[in-house]
Each structure stands twice: as structure tokens, then as C-alpha cells.
Design a protein. Structure first.
Length: 281
């Protein structure tokens, strides 16, 4: 265990170096942050995925252009390949503290995509706290050898818990919003037509957007763009498709428009993203 006291925070950090060849999915660092009111942490293009569980207080987390409030009992996910910003809420009376896991390897992005967690930066009150606490307890009391596999198992249990929570909550969405979301999830590789969707659901575009935003917590446009950029990242990592081909498959006929949109959402061009993350496969 290593205790670090950096400006804005303090708390234990545990380092679990890989034994032999690094696995495609591993937790090499984890710990607890006890944050001052001025705490801020920014990664302009993160090479790691961060998962956190809020113990006390309230903070603000940002992934690319989307900002969310994280409160006691919530879990947040900051995926690799994105802009990350984490800040304590200076106006909240209680100290912000959270358990965090730094996850290396691009397999975590594939797992989050498979369990449909990439669009969900913050999941509220999902009951995953004991799993994060179990990870910390294991890091304190067990050897690095024992922890290599155990942390991967804990991580999978966290992912399944979050996915199950969101599935149950999705079932509580209104029938109209369920239909909208299903249509969007099944049409990510197609150009988005809001009028077509509204006609299919049987309501006006204005009512459709209002319902979706109220129940899902984001606009239909932002949801579609976020899903398309997630798909673009995975294709950049997993295929040899050209940038133009990836844009075309996502419904963007103009490769320059697609490249500019990708940069506006991630901070880098698709080619730079592929080059950077191919080194840490």
C-alpha cells in the first residue's frame, strides 16, 4: 500500500503490477480519494478506463462534452479514449470521497459495449458499493498473485450488477420511450431521421424528444451521436477499415464531416485515435 497526499486529495493507492504478459483486461491501480473542495482531475485523452463508487458527498464528472453529478451511492464510468474531468462539488457540505479502479486494456471498452454501459456515465443507487469495498479489502489483505484473477472477477460482477440495474430500470420506461430507444439502438449504423422515428412511434417529434429527455436523461440527438462515436472507436480499434469506410458505415457520407465530428467529441482525429490506442492493445 502507498499513501499519497497530492493537492486537493489524499487517500490510499494500491498498485498491482502485472505478472508476466499483461492481460487484455486488468486493474493495476485502485484506491480511495478523500477530496478537498478544490479537487480536480483532468485527462484530455484517457488511456485508461476509470470506475468509481461514491462513498460520501457529491462531485461532478465529465466525459467528452457530457457533464453529470455523482452522489453518494452512485457509480461512475469514465471510458478510455475520452476526455475525463472529475471535480468535487465545492457547494456540497459533505466531503466528496470515492473508491476508484483504473482499468487497463481495450477489452474493457468491448465489455462495456457488450453490456450496453458505455452511454451511462453515472448509474445511481445500483447496489454495487460492496463490490468496490471488496476490491479494496482484497488489495489490503491478499497477495498480488491472488489479486490478478480476483480483481477481474470483481470487475465482471460490477459490470453485471450495473447492467442488470439498468435493464430493470429500462423495463420501467414508458412504452413510447422503450420503442424509441429500441429503434435507436438498432439503427446506429443508419442515418438518423427523427421524422421517421416519430411516425413509427406515433407521436410528434416535439413530444418524442420531451419524453425521451425526461425519462432517459439526455436528448435523442446526444444519445445517437454518443452511440455512433462509441461504435466508431470500437471499429478504429478492432478493424482495418479506413476512416471513410467507418464514417460511411455510421451513416456519414462525407468523410471530412465524420472526421471533424469525431474530433469535436473526442479531441483528436480518428487517425490519431487509432494510432495512439493501437499501442496499448
Amino acid at each position: 500500500m502507498t499513501m499519497l497526499n497530492k493537492p486537493g486529495k489524499h487517500g490510499p493507492i494500491y498498485h498491482l503490477p502485472p505478472l508476466g504478459e499483461p492481460p487484455p483486461l486488468s486493474v493495476q491501480f485502485l484506491g480511495i480519494n478523500y477530496c478537498d473542495t478544490d479537487y480536480s482531475n483532468i485527462r484530455k485523452l484517457a488511456k485508461i478506463t476509470v470506475m468509481g463508487f461514491i462513498l460520501t458527498g457529491q462531485g461532478i464528472v465529465k466525459v467528452d462534452s457530457h457533464t453529470h453529478t455523482a452522489r453518494q451511492g452512485d457509480v461512475f464510468i469514465l471510458p478510455a479514449g475520452c476526455y475525463h474531468e472529475v471535480n468535487a462539488d465545492p457547494n456540497h457540505p459533505e466531503q466528496w470521497s470515492y473508491i476508484w479502479l483504473n482499468i487497463s486494456g481495450n477489452w474493457i471498452l468491448k465489455m462495456l459495449e457488450a453490456y450496453q454501459l458505455l452511454p451511462h456515465v453515472v448509474t445511481s443507487q445500483c447496489g454495487a458499493g460492496p463490490l468496490f469495498e471488496e476490491a479494496i479489502e482484497s488489495a489490503i489483505h491478499k497477495s498480488v498473485e491472488e489479486m490478478q484473477n480476483e480483481l477481474q472477477i470483481i470487475l465482471m460482477r460490477i459490470i453485471v450488477t450495473l447492467s442488470e440495474t439498468l435493464r430493470k430500470r429500462g423495463e420501467a420506461l414508458s412504452s413510447a420511450v422503450q420503442a424509441i430507444k429500441q429503434f435507436l439502438d438498432n439503427s446506429i449504423l443508419q442515418p438518423f431521421d427523427s421524422n421517421q422515428l416519430a411516425t413509427q412511434v406515433g407521436i410528434s417529434t416535439r413530444q418524442m424528444n420531451r419524453l425521451f429527455n425526461r425519462e432517459v436523461g439526455t436528448t435523442i440527438y446526444n444519445y445517437v451521436i454518443t452511440k455512433k462515436m462509441e461504435s466508431a472507436k470500437l471499429m478504429l480499434l478492432d478493424t482495418q477499415l479506413t476512416i471513410s469506410d467507418i464514417g460511411y458505415r455510421l451513416g456519414y457520407m462525407d468523410p471530412h464531416y465524420f472526421s471533424n465530428l469525431f474530433q469535436s467529441k473526442t479531441g483528436v482525429r480518428p487517425s490519431a485515435f487509432r494510432k495512439l490506442f493501437s499501442k496499448i492493445q
